[in-house]
Design a protein around this ligand. Structure first.
Ligand SMILES: CC(C)(COP(=O)(O)OP(=O)(O)OC[C@H]1O[C@@H](n2cnc3c(N)ncnc32)[C@H](O)[C@@H]1OP(=O)(O)O)[C@@H](O)C(=O)NCCC(=O)NCCS
Length: 193
């Protein structure tokens, strides 16, 4: 398991974040993956929550068989982003998780798990109650995500057979408002991916 430093993204991390996303979501014939464009677009919206754009720094590594490829201690190798969405008609504030990525040369060493937990823990500390994600359930169930339909939630992906999931975070105060059912609304950059 990695001992990487986990912290919110700063302005100097932007090129490193683009590199992580570009490598992790690389597809043949695609110069810039949609995930890079999505994150760049979200940074310029009200949905962006600076404390919840989480990076994992390279920790020096514990496996000499993996080439270092000029990577230095402290560079960004993992990323997990939480941005604002809302549940209508209640207007209940929630978070969308994604993209989540680790540089291919550094995968399967715990960075992905660590950076997602760091983002979820930071969200819980801020009093956030609900996180939704579109992605492989085999990966997201380890964090407690389950089909969002179980909570009476719908989204643009509902009914399409897409693996759209939700996680209710523990309330920070007793008597907290319950998570309402409804339609989760994503800001415009999401509709372009
Ligand atoms: C998914 C991803 C972020 C995981 O990061 P990572 O640092 O390799 O993950 P960790 O080392 O913390 O955990 C590895 C575990 O996740 C599992 N895993 C990795 N990717 C997975 C996936 N897409 N589906 C299911 N399980 C996955 C591995 O099998 C491994 O399982 P184990 O712990 O039982 O051995 C990384 O593989 C990645 O960037 N993938 C490409 C981008 C992507 O698909 N992101 C969205 C994920 S839906």
């Amino acid at each position: 398991m990695t001992t990487a430093r986990l912290r919110p993204e700063g302005p100097a991390d932007v090129p490193g974040v683009r590199r992580v996303l570009g490598e992790a979501f690389a597809r043949p014939g695609v110069a810039v993956p949609d995930e890079v464009t999505l994150v760049d677009a979200l940074r310029d919206t009200d949905a962006w929550l600076p404390e919840l754009a989480m990076v994992a720094e390279f920790d020096g590594g514990d496996d000499d068989s993996i080439p270092e490829d000029a990577e230095t201690f402290g560079q960004v190798v993992g990323y997990a982003l939480l941005t604002r969405v809302r549940v209508d008609p209640a207007g209940f504030p929630a978070l969308a998780l994604g993209p989540v990525a680790v540089r291919p040369a550094r995968q399967r060493r715990g960075y992905g798990t660590a950076v997602v937990w760091a983002a979820l823990d930071a969200a819980a500390e801020l009093g956030e109650r609900l996180v939704v994600v579109l992605g492989d359930p085999a990966w997201y169930e380890r964090f407690g995500f389950a089909p969002a339909s179980k909570l009476g939630l719908t989204s643009p992906w509902s009914g399409l057979g897409a693996p759209w999931q939700a996680l209710v975070l523990p309330p920070d105060v007793s008597g907290a408002e319950p998570v309402p059912p409804g339609e989760v609304r994503y800001p415009p950059p999401w509709s372009q991916v």
